[in-house]
Every structure is written in structure tokens, then in C-alpha cells.
Design a protein around this ligand. Sequence first.
Ligand code: HEC
Length: 142
Amino acid sequence: MTALNALVVNGVIALVASLGLVATDAADAGPPGKPKGGPPWASAPESARQRANPYASRPDAVRAGRKLFTRHCASCHGQDAKGGNAPPLATGIVRGATDGELFWTLTNGHLREGMPSWSQLPEPRRWQIVSFLKSHDPAVKR
Ligand code: HEC
């Protein structure tokens, strides 16, 4: 190998290594507010996860939930749940959660990570918000 080749190869290795490092750092830090160690509902009990939404597939609940979201959640999660100071909620992760898991998250919050508890909101309102969260992409049905 010529000296030049060795230089190039070393350069590439250094570059790849530093890229790897950057990628790892980025993954560790994540986007602002991105949950580490799983979503907030990771510690929800099975009974809570399985709770059924009494408003499931009710368009009026989605509309009510959207209003509640604008009032209580958009300041952190952004208009239309697209993210802001807190992670976006119009995501596959949220749609992939069960209604019960989202309800549990609203009820308990994730205080350590800056997500407040919404246990003061009456239960029907929390379920309506859940309906709204699950409605974002009508093509994605569970
Ligand atoms: C004061 C700012 C703030 C407000 C207001 C707020 N949240 Fe959050 N929320 C957060 C933060 C920060 C996180 C990330 C928590 C974590 O890292 O686990 C979060 C996480 C979440 C998650 C989990 C997202 C995921 O992908 O893991 C859901 C669901 C959620 N919030 C719903 C809501 C709803 C619904 C409302 C309104 C009733 C709301 N939040 C109001 C700050 C807020």
C-alpha cells in the first residue's frame, strides 16, 4: 500500500469511526423530549393497557378530543400534535399504543420527563383525547 493510499484508508476509517460516534451520540441524546427507556406507558400494568375506550370509533369524540388537545396539550406537543417542546404525538408509536396505554399515560403523566398528569380532567375527556390521538391518520387502523 502506498503512503497516499494508507492516508486515504486511515482517513476513511477515522471518518467512519467519527460518524459512528456521532450517530451513537445522537441516538443517546435523541430529539428534544424524546422518551428514553421506552414510552411513558412502559410501566403501565396489563389491566390498564387493556382498558377499552368507551368512545372508540366515535367521530364526535375525536372532535371533542381535538378541542381538548388544543386547550391542554398543544402548548407543549404542538398544533396538530406535530411536536414542539415535547415530542410529536401524531406518530406510529402513539397510534401503536393501546387506548388503555394512552389513557394511563394521561392519567399518570411522566413527571420525571416533564409530562404532567391529567388526572384532574374527567375520565370521559381523557378518553376523548385518546380518540383524537388515535385518529391522526385514518389509513392507519389497528
Ligand atoms: C408541560 C408540557 C406538556 C404538556 C402540557 C403535555 N405534555 Fe405530553 N409530554 C410532555 C413531555 C416532555 C413528554 C415526553 C415524556 C417522556 O420523555 O417520557 C410527553 C409525552 C407524552 C406522551 C408519550 C409520547 C411518546 O411517544 O412516548 C403522550 C401520549 C402525551 N405526552 C400526551 C399528552 C396529552 C394528550 C396532553 C394534553 C392533555 C399532554 N401530553 C400535555 C410534555 C407535555
